[in-house]
Design a protein around this ligand. Structure first.
Ligand code: GLA
Length: 690
């Protein structure tokens, strides 16, 4: 064993070289030991410096209640240390061995129809199971004791994608825990709970805590306030598991950082991650792109959210697919150059790590057709050669690690509002917070802006522009925080059907949008959902844009109309308004669901009107994000998603190919550059014309 071990995150370790983490999930327990040496050799060849070990290893570590088998993991840890590869060691609690659920069937989660999940898949445990908690913490304790001072240990990886499958459990033990959680929330007053859930609707009034159930299957839609509390409770139960594991680890190894991999898309919507991050030393994220052409805007959104959750600090991309997934209907492979562009989308946006699921492609099990760094075909494949090339690229970018992203604006994402909007019983039940958040994020990103995706509790005052695409549910404190941005001279842009209900999902009375009426200087008299085949032409944005899905009857009360609806039932009515606050403050309202072009035109105007620098580069297909080191070095990550070369005004050195540039830098079609130096946000044409 030598001393080339690595501590993570690298930038906190004095005296060590910086490096970008590179590697993936490593499941050696699924392979014969004779394969491990080849793994280590090929990892070194690929430049791997970090692997996540043990995620699903519980049954290999504790095959029976009183039998522990750590020998194999000892040898894996030693092997990694010998090869200078750091280990992000999982606590191995993600999936229970079958003896656990055989001896303790109550551990198994139950769905809302009362079906008990079976052993045989993964993550079948109920987050409310006390037996699971006890057994998992015993495992964590043993892991910490045994590996706490191992030279390969760099980072603890609590569980795995907590809540990815088992976020909501409706069983008896969960019901009891829910009642306890509710008693605490409502100060042991059943009357307060009845008020919060407005239980006189549909005769749901409760006389006793024991009568309360989780929102199990009902003929009609369940009580929305009950649903909301159940979602909060469910997220808190998972956070409690995270906290319990982290507490064991912190006691045993106070110097080893702790993370858990968040799912910043898809199933991750079920968790209130913004309430979890205080328990983490570093935020890490899993993201699997949708199988669509040009999926990079989604990667950008998820990366900007990871950074927002990390409060601007560097974070880790803990999992992504090096090629195709295997769990979607169609699982396309990555096209030429896509791996590099995708990976640098995360690096540009603050990740200091690129890790994949997984190192070696499985030959068996449910994920046997999921891509891996080392494919079924072995090292003599283009897929592996791409991985080796990527490892070289990331090694060349080592000095980037620890630098922070320079953001232009904030986009507010509230997890609770997301839950509350994307369920039944609204004027339009096809509204999608996900689509709206993505559309607004993309419109700003296409203009060249770098967007922090933050929870409403973030320090919004530090941004000159704060956009709030969809905030159906908002409490008074968050509404006030948003209003303060405009009052203090900044610009706020709020999307339709926001500020409608309070934290109990009760409508704010007196005219919509109750939480923001004064801020916006208007009153929405009537929602005007549009039929699927209806669109409305917009006037005043300088495009041929249209609204679809949603419009509103708006009466201004101080706001100025900036764009109107040109046809349809509401012809002549406001679509976009602006309310001024003091000398420079502005609160814009977008009272219809705008298409992408209209959103782009609107943001272009807002940025210009407010005198905010237009962070414009030559083309939306060229993404430019700037990271700044503590020494003041500026790194510009340029990713060309188009089929034509793009040129920007810049000077500096490309870390990837070592080339020097003076005056202009061309980014060839489909290519990536990481430029250390200076860059003008003006388009080339503007600079040469000027
Ligand atoms: C998730 C899990 C991994 C693996 C991948 C496959 O992110 O954490 O164990 O199943 O998905 O895409």
């Amino acid at each position: 064993m030598d001393d080339r071990w690595i501590r993570w995150p690298q930038q906190t370790t004095a005296g060590r070289d910086r490096l970008v983490g590179f590697g993936g999930d490593y499941n050696p327990e699924q392979w014969d030991e004779s394969v491990w040496r080849e793994d280590a050799r090929l990892m070194v060849e690929a430049g791997v410096n970090l692997v996540t070990v043990g995620v699903f290893a519980w049954s290999a570590l504790q095959p029976a209640p009183d039998r522990w088998e750590f020998g194999w993991l000892d040898r894996v840890m030693d092997l990694m240390a010998d090869h200078g590869i750091a280990v992000d060691l999982a606590t191995a609690t993600a999936s229970t061995p079958s003896w656990v659920t055989t001896l303790h069937p109550d551990v198994l989660a139950v769905d809302r129809f009362g079906h008990t999940m079976a052993q045989g898949g993964r993550q079948a445990w109920s987050p409310s199971s006390r037996v699971y908690r006890r057994l998992s913490l015993e495992l964590v304790h043993r892991m910490a004791e045994r590996y706490g001072s191992h030279p390969a240990l760099a980072l603890w990886h609590v569980s795995n994608e907590l809540g990815g499958h088992n976020a909501h459990c409706y069983g008896e033990e969960a019901a009891r825990a829910f009642r306890t959680w509710l008693r605490e929330r409502y100060g042991d007053s059943i009357q307060r709970l009845n008020d919060a859930w407005q239980t006189l609707v549909w005769s749901q009034r409760y006389a006793d805590w024991e009568e309360i159930q989780p929102p199990r299957a009902t003929f009609t839609d369940p009580n929305p306030s009950q649903l909301l509390d159940f979602e909060r409770f469910s997220s808190d139960q998972l956070r409690a598991q995270l906290r319990a594991e982290a507490a064991v680890l912190r006691r045993a190894t106070p110097d080893i950082p702790i993370t858990t991999n968040l799912i910043l898309f898809d199933a991750g919507k079920r968790m209130a991650y913004s309430t979890w991050t205080d328990d983490l030393d570093i935020v890490s994220s899993d993201h699997y792109l949708q199988p669509v052409r040009d999926a990079h805007p989604e990667a950008e959104f998820s990366a900007d959210r990871a950074r927002g959750l990390a409060d601007g600090r560097p974070w880790m991309l803990m999992e992504t697919a090096p090629g195709q997934t295997s769990w979607r209907r169609v699982n396309p492979a990555k096209r030429s150059g896509q791996l590099r562009r995708d990976v640098f989308s995360y690096i540009a946006r603050g990740s200091d790590t690129v890790c994949f699921f997984q190192w070696r492609a499985a030959r068996a099990g449910a994920e046997r057709f999921h891509s891996a760094m080392l494919p079924h075909g072995g090292p003599d494949t283009d897929a592996f050669r791409d991985v080796v090339a990527l490892g070289r690229d990331l090694a060349r970018c080592a000095e980037l690690a620890g630098s922070v992203v320079e953001a232009d604006c904030a986009l507010v994402l509230s997890e609770e509002s997301w839950w509350a909007l994307e369920r039944a019983d609204h004027p339009h039940n096809g509204l999608s917070a996900t689509e709206t958040l993505l559309a607004w994020h993309r419109a700003l990103t296409d203009l060249g802006a770098t967007v922090d995706v933050v929870p409403p509790t973030a320090d919004l005052g530090r941004y000159p522009l704060v956009v709030v695409p969809q905030l159906y549910l908002v409490d008074d404190a968050d509404a006030e925080r948003i209003a303060a941005v405009a009052r203090d001279g900044g610009t706020v842009v709020i999307g339709s059907f926001s500020g409608i209900v309070d934290e109990f999902d009760h409508v704010r009375l007196g005219g919509y949008p109750g939480a923001f009426r004064d801020l916006l200087g208007l009153r929405v008299e009537q929602f005007w959902p549009l039929l699927d085949d209806e669109t409305v032409v917009l006037d005043g944005l300088g495009t041929d844009g249209r609204a679809r899905r949603w419009a509103e009857v708006i009466a201004t009360e101080g706001a100025r109309v900036e764009a109107t609806l040109l046809d349809g039932d509401l012809a002549g009515g406001p679509a976009v308004t602006r309310m001024r606050h003091g000398e420079t403050g502005s609160a814009w309202y977008v009272g219809a669901e705008l298409d992408g072009d209209s959103l782009g035109a609107l943001f272009r105007r807002i940025l210009a009107d407010q005198g905010l620098a237009l962070p414009l580069v030559s083309s939306p297909a060229l993404r430019v994000v700037t990271r700044v080191s503590t020494d003041g070095d500026r790194f510009h990550v340029l990713i060309n998603h188009s089929g034509v070369d793009e040129t920007v005004v810049a000077d500096g050195t490309d870390l990837l190919d070592g080339s020097s540039h003076a005056g202009t830098v061309t980014v060839p079609a489909g290519a990536v550059r990481v430029l250390r130096g200076s860059l003008s946000r003006e388009p080339l044409a503007a600079v040469t014309a000027g």
